[in-house]
Design a protein around this ligand. Structure first.
Ligand code: MRU
Length: 343
């Protein structure tokens, strides 16, 4: 479960990540040091998954700050804010990005009367803390989720909310890792997750590598799978949870939730408290990223699988209505409906 998702190399002033676009065929590490490289890594999904993006953003702001040449706080902060805004524009949906950038921003401002080297030390400590907290949160989410599951359960997950999307354990997968260690003998099913195949390329890869019993199926097989009686619970991650519990997660999640409701299967959303955004009243206010049409028409195929120039609808996320969610599992506990995450 320790896949080297995101690591800070302070001695070389780089972030080292596993390039998730190359998995499962190739385990290629990337060493990134400029703000453009950081932006592109998020945009191109070389690093992805809400918590991992947050951890990455913390390290990125520390390394950006190290490069700033300034004699006073005001000029330091002007350059720092420019980098922060640029990184924040890389992807809109996962709130963990702006949450981590906001944390780094606050630390810079809290130390504004200190010399620049002290500000850099404080930023480094904060970025390391964000990663440590993420690892602890994921483990706690796993413990909390495990209280809702029984040995031998069939579990379905969508996209990748695994170790590759966090510092360790994952969110939706944390109970799977912990259950595996404790002999729960889960049977895990992964939706392949069109169009970018995070379920097939990443979740199936990391869970199978850990020795779990994993079965892959296409997204459109979910109803057949549930009808077969093989699924006892669904566990998914989240990119932003609104105050009323509406949850943005990888495109297709809401279809899984609707289908689970039909079959009476519990549908659990797993995520750290940092993914809850109380400033957003309901899901209609969550910005949804739209991505390149090529992801639908030609990516992964040897030749295009749609007519040239066809119009394409390619939202990267959808919102699952709170009424479809059985519980939201965080590091602080399990929240049941009616959800209310107000400020
Ligand atoms: O576009 P991605 O791959 O970043 O989308 C990831 C998801 O939707 C995950 O389910 C979510 O970020 C939670 S990761 C613990």
């Amino acid at each position: 479960m320790d896949l080297g998702t995101v690591a800070l190399s302070d001695s070389t002033k780089e972030i080292v990540i596993i390039d998730q676009t190359k998995l499962p065929g190739e385990k290629r590490m990337l060493r990134l040091s400029s703000v453009e490289e950081f932006y592109n890594a998020i945009k191109r999904l070389e690093v992805r998954g809400a918590p991992a993006i947050g951890v990455f953003a913390g390290f990125a702001m520390y390394l950006c700050a190290c490069k700033i040449e300034a004699d006073d706080f005001d000029s330091f902060y002007a350059a720092f804010s420019k980098d922060r805004d640029y990184l924040e524009s890389s992807r809109p949906t996962a709130v963990n990005l702006s949450w981590a950038l906001g944390r780094m921003d606050r630390v810079a401002k809290d130390h504004k009367d200190e010399p620049i080297p002290s500000i850099l030390e404080a930023l480094k400590s904060e970025s390391i803390l964000i990663q440590k907290e993420d690892e602890e949160a994921c483990k706690a989410i796993g413990e909390n989720a495990l209280t809702l599951l029984k040995p031998g359960f069939g579990l379905l997950t969508h996209c990748n909310a695994g170790a590759l999307a966090t510092s360790k354990y994952g969110t939706a997968t944390a109970a799977m890792y912990l259950g595996h260690e404790r002999g729960y003998d889960f049977h895990i099913y992964c939706d392949e997750t069109r169009p970018l195949l995070q379920g097939a390329r990443l979740t199936a890869y990391e869970l199978a590598s850990a020795g779990m019993d994993v079965t892959l199926e296409c997204d459109n097989m979910v109803s057949a799978l549930m009808a077969s009686g093989k699924i006892d619970a669904v566990l998914v991650g989240c990119d932003r949870v609104a105050a009323n519990g509406d949850t943005a997660n990888k495109i297709g999640t809401s279809v899984v939730a609707l289908t689970a409701k039909h079959y009476g299967i519990p549908f659990y959303v797993c995520g750290p408290m940092s993914t809850i955004d109380p400033s957003v009243k309901d899901g209609s206010m969550i910005p949804i990223e739209e991505r390149d049409p090529d992801e639908v028409t030609s990516m992964w195929y040897e030749r295009p699988m749609a007519p040239a120039g066809i119009k394409v609808f390619n939202p990267a996320f959808d919102v699952t209505d709170h009424s479809l969610i059985s519980a939201i599992i965080t590091e602080t506990g399990v929240f049941y409906p009616p959800f209310s995450f107000g400020n």
